[in-house]
Design a protein around this ligand. Structure first.
Ligand code: ADQ
Length: 492
């Protein structure tokens, strides 16, 4: 593959380029096309199949007879073997990665540079120019796969930080079809992003998409400020940014969940059975719950410290509550994750050592994963959910917890100000996860909250997540595209 590094000169030359319509001049009156999703993992993976993204996109892809493109999940020693198959009415085109690509693109660049950088953890970033070359190579290979399997009137919707360069490579190969990108994780402040040696190349590549969707208003602001400062971009309308001779839509588009389905699942027998088991184990005590993937962005050590402080400062709480944290390890091979695991084991041991009674364990910490039905039952049984990430694109657990509650006796959500969800879920008790004393006080406030206040807060939260659910999110992302298509149809 050719080295596609972009120099500042090349970028500014394009400012006077001819390709200047909102959709790069690609839109033809009345074009319909299919929906083509591109994501690192696809629902061909059993693990991803039940996830929100699969649910959100499945019907829309099936209706448009579209397809899903991504990594097969297989590591092949020498070649990018491509497999196509139809599963339940959806076509898939998935590609193996070679061992070197898996290491460079996925482990060393996506997971060890982009993930910590975008979650504000510069201290954990391992910048790696060699891995970036492999990241380029894999993006280029997926661009080729898209060119083979997608058609020019399709809408290609790319997901997440694994594929930030795709649009640039497609445009470079004269692809003028519609391209959208949704970032599931936060977009960092420009000052943090600039620490990355490849920041200009990554951001410039993003500007080749037609629509960029971000989880929070803060992410939108960060991105726009970056292109204004770095590329002399200009906001020309509410959502339109003119940069490098093109106009792109930059949209605030918070992801939701299938709220009705989660609410229903929480009332089914498997959820009830799980709830009954927890009740039996807790006896008269109430449950404070944390549910996360084991990740340093989720603020687990600070959360454990806050719970410890709560037991220290409010001795009466020791008789009334137990804290359960569910956090299955997600990236076992990465050192930072095993360090975190050790840190949590230590904290848990210390707090239990300090406060446990013969018949009571203050902190229970489970590293096993639970089925969706079981999780629904666990959420419904919890009196307080403690969701305190240090940085999080959205955090769907917060929304799932609310959806699973009994409207007559709902639990209380304590939510970090640094979760994207905090912009929407204002009726939660919002906390700064670094302020462990304030979090400890807020737990007690939640435990003492009257039924009336719990119901009022819950109702407002439920209305929000039910209205702005997963289908709302998908439609919102596609909105400009649809609106624009309609305008073009009317003009035709
Ligand atoms: P994640 O970081 O994985 O996703 P999150 O949104 O909290 O974070 O969870 C996604 C899903 O994983 C939820 O449906 C949840 O039920 C499930 N999950 C989390 N912990 C679990 C556990 N312990 N056991 C079983 N299931 C668990 C990224 C971004 C988020 C963004 C999502 C969606 O980091 O900020 O909300 O994408 O855009």
């Amino acid at each position: 593959m050719t080295d596609k590094k972009i120099t500042q000169g090349e970028w500014s030359n394009r400012e006077s380029g001819a390709n200047s319509s909102v959709f790069g001049g690609a839109r033809k009156p009345g074009n319909s096309g299919r929906l083509v999703a591109v994501s690192n993992r696809t629902p061909l993976d059993a693990d991803a199949r039940a996830g929100g993204l699969a649910v959100a996109l499945w019907d829309a892809i099936a209706r448009s007879q579209g397809l899903w493109i991504g990594w097969s999940g297989e590591i092949n020693s020498s070649e990018n073997r491509v497999r196509t198959e139809n599963s339940d009415g959806i076509d898939f085109a998935v590609m193996d990665l070679t061992q070197d690509q898996h290491k460079g693109y996925y482990l060393d660049y996506a997971n060890s540079v982009l993930w910590p950088l975008f979650h504000n953890r510069l201290d954990l970033v391992r910048f790696n120019n060699r891995a970036f070359k492999t990241y380029r190579e894999v993006n280029d290979a997926f661009a080729d796969l898209i060119k083979i399997h997608a058609k020019k009137d399709d809408f290609v919707w790319v997901h997440d930080y694994h594929f930030m360069l795709l649009a640039k490579y497609l445009r470079g190969a004269s692809w003028d079809g519609r391209l959208g990108f949704f970032l599931h994780i936060p977009f960092p402040a420009p000052e943090v992003f600039r620490a990355c040696p490849q920041h200009r190349e990554l951001a410039e590549a993003l500007c080749h998409f037609d629509i960029l969707g971000f989880q929070s208003k803060k992410d939108v602001k960060n991105f726009i400020r970056y292109v204004e400062e770095e590329f002399k971009g200009k906001r020309v309308m509410d959502e339109h940014v003119r940069v490098g001779g093109r106009t792109l839509i930059v949209r605030h588009c918070p992801i939701g969940l299938n709220a009705q389905d989660m609410a229903y699942t929480a009332t089914l027998p498997p959820a009830k059975k799980t709830g009954a088991r927890i009740r039996q184990a807790l006896g008269k005590r109430r449950l404070i719950l944390g549910v996360d993937r084991l990740d340093y962005s989720k603020g687990l050590p600070q959360r454990f410290e806050a719970v410890g402080q709560m037991f220290r400062k409010f001795p009466h709480a020791r008789e009334n509550v137990s804290f359960t944290q569910i956090a299955p390890p997600s990236r076992k091979s990465v050192k930072e994750y095993s360090d975190l695991r050790h840190q949590l084991d230590g904290l848990c041991g210390r707090i239990n050592g300090d406060f446990a009674e013969l018949d009571w364990t203050p902190i229970r910490y489970h590293t096993r994963s639970y089925e969706r039905e079981e999780l629904a039952g666990i959420y419904r049984e919890a009196h307080v959910a403690l969701i305190t990430p240090l940085a999080d694109g959205m955090n769907l657990v917060a929304k799932e917890f609310v959806a699973a509650q009994d409207s007559e006796d709902p639990g209380v959500l304590i939510l970090s100000q640094f979760a994207g969800a905090a912009e929407q879920m204002k009726e939660a008790l919002i906390v700064n996860p670094h302020d462990t004393e304030a979090v400890a006080n807020t737990i007690v406030q939640a435990l003492d909250m009257s039924l009336e206040e719990r119901k009022t807060r819950w109702k407002a939260l439920w209305d929000g997540i039910n209205q702005q659910d997963i289908n709302w999110w998908r439609k919102r992302f596609m909105e400009g595209d649809v609106v624009d298509m309609q305008k073009e149809k009317m003009r035709a």
